[in-house]
Design a protein around this ligand. Sequence first.
Ligand code: ARG
Length: 458
Amino acid sequence: QGQSLWGGRFSAKPADIMQAINVSIGVDKRLWAQDLAGSRAHCRMLAQQGIIQPADAEAILGGLDVIEGEIKDGTFPFRDAYEDIHMNVEARLSELIGEPSGRLHTARSRNDQVATDFRLWVRDACDRTVEQLKALQSALLDRAEQHAGDLMPGFTHLQTAQPVTFGHHLMAYVEMFGRDAGRFADARARMNENPLGAAALAGSPFPIDRHMTAQALGFDRPMANSLDAVSDRDFALESLAAASIAAGHLSRLAEEIVVWMTPMFGFATLPDDLTTGSSIMPQKRNPDAAELVRAKTGRINGALIALTTVMKGLPLAYSKDMQEDKPPVFEAFDALDLALTAMTAMIAAIRPNTEKMAAAAGAGFSTATDLADWLVRELNLPFRQAHHVTGAAVKRAEALGVGLGDLPLTELQALDGRITEGVYEVLTPEASCASRQSFGGTAPEQVRARIADWRSRL
Ligand code: ARG
């Protein structure tokens, strides 16, 4: 039976619908550890500054420890009547220690309290995500190393383009996830300022020490404007933007796994424990995990849109709209957590069919560019003209039903009499890959060098 914390001014209890629309404890109970950390830091600071008595601070800190124990062993009473995590903790503290509990909220408001708790939560989430991205990168590195020399077709427009190696393909994702980790680290660095002490919106008349609480909570410095401190959620938005971009990368890789696994491609399979069967079609082996990684992007992008929409047009400073910041952030990070973990498991376990990939790498006239490059290099043709001659060669090979490498020399010489036997050396997919020694190219030596760079960085 909640005695509301602002009962002094009110003569009626909230209507049921008031409580129903207002309550957030079901969601923000996840901030309990951050809320306790913020309260401890605030309490110690109040005592050090002589704003509360040492004995009261001791009682408060003792009560907060009891609360932590109750939450951990599942006996803490989370009550809707107390609306959110902040008031649930304070109400419980009052039951546990009585009068001194009422001193904890000196020089503090739920506005700076929630901004602090949420920043701490998002900061941890960013750190966790960076670790998960690194784990995925190292799974990719292991597989890339194993397959640094194994051929696969490279595509543009999902049409055979030029041969690459499977290792090179995987390393493309190592780069993407590396930038994703960088985005989370950047967001973390920018968000790492302390809102606590902004109080409701204007700061506090008490001699608080915001540098002290900043240090206690691992923030670099106090936020410099109290209105900004309680009213912006750009740190959450920035993290969601990073999550959304990372989810986009995950979904592209997931889509490729789905494509590779379709029997028409047959490039890869996943082991039984990472696929599902069909309840009706006995032959099926479905890449559900990859599909769900692909789909989680929907939730994550939705979360970004939800929160940017909540925040747009809000006047300074705090508005209750901002309570709607937590569900999308929790949902997005939960989805990203699952997606990253599932993707790491799939990458570690995927079984590429290297023979099938290599055969496909040589099909579809994939070395046509190598022929054109040979004409430029050996016969000094302008590239545009070489492109034209090669196009005619492909047309002829297609008519004869052979690959470029099997087109008789006489056929090639009919297109340009100066073409010699030596041309066939560049027309295999192995030679094509091996020749691409430009920095960042697909030649196995290049791929191995990039793997080594990443190993030293992770
Ligand atoms: N539950 C609120 C939230 O999440 C806490 C802040 C409430 N502040 C206020 N002035 N009503 O935003």
